[in-house]
Design a protein around this ligand. Structure first.
Ligand SMILES: N[C@@H](CCC(=O)N[C@@H](CS)C(=O)NCC(=O)O)C(=O)O
Length: 291
């Protein structure tokens, strides 16, 4: 069926899977589908995630904190969203929205759930007093850009990425609409990064981490097949230079590996419980190359 011969009924009903890569887990209702407790490791911070752009934000921040010498040890547990792990009862208790990433901060008397990647970045930034200015204009500008990312990326991922790459049929109208919006967003970043080294000013912050996970990976050619060519990302040289600069950071390289289940086996660390895991527990090292 093409979009031309579809007339919406008066009332939408859930009659069939809508096709496409995520069809088996998409549902119009919230809540758990099955009982499943979450594992808990030895460290104060427990992360439940997958290395999508939203997931990478948090593992990159943890690795940046550790790189900078903070005591930010964490356990990262794999949530396979393609298999529906996000609908297990333990996961929905810590994130009723059933999306990765979610985290439990166990540093206090009572475990504290933190969900929404932007909320997790702010929580950790404040907790450690790092990558998020404590007050003043620099804090406001950092949060401005963090919120920009949280509000804008759904047009890139759920809009452009979905219709250009994942949707079972390629439809010109939504691809055009969301390619236009994605290019507008890249131009927003380009104009800002022409004036300053990092998105909120002179310093690398949680806003760079959040935006890089989406727009950095996009311009580096890692998102949605050949989307970088389709969107002519060379038109944004300052975004490209900023993306490469951040990509070269050791903590970013490690953070991208955490909870990754695709790509080269040596870049996949399905679970992270210790700094040494990057050397000893990647999929090539443990002899299990199945994703
Ligand atoms: N606004 C949320 C979005 C999280 C999100 O969309 N996560 C996706 C993966 S990137 C997910 O868990 N999808 C599973 C599903 O939709 O069932 C955040 O930033 O944390």
């Amino acid at each position: 069926m093409t979009d031309q011969d579809y007339t919406p009924p008066k009332v939408w009903t859930w009659e069939k899977e809508n096709g496409g890569q995520f069809a088996s887990t998409n549902r119009p209702i919230a809540g758990p589908t099955h009982d499943a407790d979450l594992p808990v490791g030895a460290h104060p911070y427990q992360l439940y995630s997958l290395a999508t752009p939203n997931g990478q934000k948090v593992s990159i921040l943890f690795e940046e904190l550790l790189e900078a010498g903070y005591d930010a040890e964490y356990d990262a547990w794999l949530i396979r969203i393609g298999d529906g792990d996000q609908f297990g009862s333990g996961f929905t208790e810590i994130n009723p929205n059933s999306k990765i990433p979610a985290m439990v901060d166990r540093t206090g008397d009572t475990p504290l759930r933190v969900f929404e990647s932007g909320s997790i970045l702010m929580h950790l930034g404040d907790r450690f007093g790092a990558f998020l200015p404590a007050d003043g204009p620099a804090r406001t500008e950092t949060i401005n850009w963090l919120m920009w990312q949280m509000g804008s990326a759904p047009y890139l991922g759920g809009g452009f990425g979905h219709f250009y790459h994942y949707a079972p049929e390629k439809l010109e109208y939504p691809i055009d609409r969301f390619a236009m919006e994605t290019k507008r967003q890249l131009d927003v970043l380009e104009r800002e990064l022409t004036q300053k080294p990092f998105i909120a000013g002179d310093d690398y912050t949680i806003a760079d981490i959040a935006i890089w996970a989406w727009y950095g990976n996009l311009v580096l050619g890692r998102q949605y097949g050949d989307a970088a060519t389709f969107l002519s990302v060379d038109e944004y040289p300052h975004v490209m230079a900023w993306a490469k600069k951040i990509d070269a950071r050791p903590a970013v390289r490690r953070g991208r590996m955490v909870n990754r289940v695709s790509g080269p086996p040596e870049e996949q660390l399905h679970e992270r419980h210790a700094a040494s895991d990057f050397e000893t527990r990647t999929q090539d090292k443990i002899g299990d190359t199945a994703a």
